[in-house]
Structure formats: C-alpha cells, structure tokens
Ligand binder design. Structure first.
Ligand SMILES: Nc1ncnc2c1ncn2[C@@H]1O[C@H](COP(=O)(O)OP(=O)(O)OP(=O)(O)O)[C@@H](O)[C@H]1O
Ligand SMILES: [Mg+2]
Length: 237
C-alpha cells in the first residue's frame, strides 16, 4: 500500500476548478517530484493534502487512514510535514527558538528538544547562527531553517514546495544532500514541487506532471522531458 494516496481529488474556489480528478500515489521511501507550469495547482494540491484547504471531492489516504478534510494539526501529528513556497519562519525569534516551536505540543523535555534542534541545525550548517534572529539570515537559509523545523516532529512524509527557488547554488547543494541523507539513512519520504528539472532529475525517480489542475503525465524525469503532452503544456504556457 502506498504511504500517500490521492484519489480523484477536486478543489473548487467558487466556480473556479483549480484541481480536477487529481490522483497520485507516493510510496514509502520514495522521493517523488511534482512539476507543472505556473498556476497548474501544485501548491493548492499541497494545501489540500495537509489540511489548509478542504477538498471539494475525492479522498486522501495517509498511512492507511483517510485524512480528507481533517484538521491541519491532526494531519501533521500523523507524520505529514510540509514547507512553503515562501518560507514561513518567525522573523523575530532566533533560529533555535524557531526550531523549538514544534517541540512545545510534543512535551519533549527542553534538554531533549534542544539537542534534537541543534543536531538538525548542524545538519543544515546553521548551528553557528542559532542565536541570531531569523530575520537576519538569507532567504535561502530561512528555507533550510523551515525545513529543519519541520523535521523536529520526525514526519514520515515531507511535502517540499519549491525548495530550490530563490536560494544560492551552495545552499541548493546542501539541501539536496540533506534530502538524500534523510531519505537514505532515516527512510524519510518526500514529495517535492520544483521547476528545476536538473535537481528533480537528480533526486526523483518518479515525476508527476500537473497542468491546468489536471494530471497530464507521470514517469521518470527523462520520460517527462520527451513527453509530448508535457512539452505542449510548457510551451502553451
Ligand atoms: N485561495 C484561492 N482562491 C482562489 N483561487 C486560488 C486560491 N488559491 C489558488 N488559487 C488559484 O489556483 C490556481 C493554482 O494556483 P497554485 O498556487 O496552486 O499554482 P502552482 O502550480 O503552485 O503555481 P506556481 O508554480 O506559480 O507556484 C491559480 O489559478 C490560483 O490563482
Ligand atoms: Mg506554487
């Protein structure tokens, strides 16, 4: 059974159908990519999966449980984490304080939470900046911080929304290393949205392509580059 299954999902905002008949399966241990032109509905799909938006129709199953239209916090506590296209961090708080926010409802001891936070900051090479307010670090570093904060609750599946967008080449390399390490050593599963085909090809064996709110293709990155419907969707855009 797949870790995440999205079946015949529809999302409408009033009369506007933004997602229509979307189906997707993510296997445990996979790093799967989602690509598609601007406005295809990629972020909306994440927002419906993680409970920010309710689905108009269709079902979402995670770890064998139906999570369609369940509350954001319930979905997160089942082990489904996500990052945002523009990182959402607490600007006035230090990096370490940001990391400790998800630990509060988990009632981890302060010592254990801090040790875990420092380990993750270290992985992202942000440990030395731990006492700086998040507003003082670069946009790319904020994306890494948000990603590492997501890992504080040890999610099984992480949805990454355009993690490479607006970050420096050096940080992209670090981010790729972290994703691969968490995947290989800890078995973490990733579903990642990106327009950066070279990085998608490097990380993902399977790519799902969305265009105008619909599934138009699925396959390896190489297959997708040659797929006429995919080429058409990008050129048409
Ligand atoms: N809350 C909302 N109300 C109305 N329309 C919305 C809402 N959220 C998204 N949309 C519309 O849904 C469509 C898909 O948007 P979405 O942000 O999911 O696209 P995307 O594939 O993530 O694009 P990008 O690559 O630019 O990030 C767009 O036409 C957008 O305007
Ligand atoms: Mg988006």
């Amino acid at each position: 059974m797949a870790l995440l299954t999205v079946a015949n999902l529809q999302k409408r905002f009033g009369g506007l159908v933004v997602l229509d008949e979307i189906s997707l399966e993510v296997e445990s241990g996979q790093i799967q990519g989602i690509i598609g032109p601007n406005g295809a509905g990629k972020t909306t799909l994440f927002n419906v999966i993680n409970g920010i938006y309710t689905a108009t129709r269709g079902t979402i199953t995670f770890k064998g449980k139906t999570i369609t239209n369940r509350k954001l916090n319930d979905i997160a506590s089942l082990g489904l984490g996500r990052t945002f296209q523009v990182a959402r961090v607490f600007s006035e708080m230090t990096l370490l304080e940001n990391m400790l926010v998800p630990a509060i409802p988990r009632r981890l001891s302060r010592v254990a939470a801090k040790a875990q936070a420092m380990e993750l900051l270290d992985l992202a090479q942000l440990a030395e900046l731990k006492d700086q307010p998040a507003i003082e670090i670069s946009g790319g570093q904020r994306k890494l911080l948000e990603f590492m904060r997501t890992m504080m609750v040890d999610p099984e599946l992480v949805l990454l929304d355009e993690p490479f967008n607006g970050i420096s080449p050096a940080l992209i390399d670090r981010l790729i290393e972290i994703v691969l390490k968490l995947n290989k050593e800890e078995g973490k599963t990733f579903l990642l949205i990106s327009h950066e085909m070279p990085h998608v090809s490097h990380l993902c064996e399977t790519v799902t392509v969305l265009a105008a709110g619909r599934n138009i293709a699925k396959g390896t990155p190489a297959e997708m580059r040659e797929n006429p419907a995919v080429i058409e969707a990008y050129l048409g855009h």
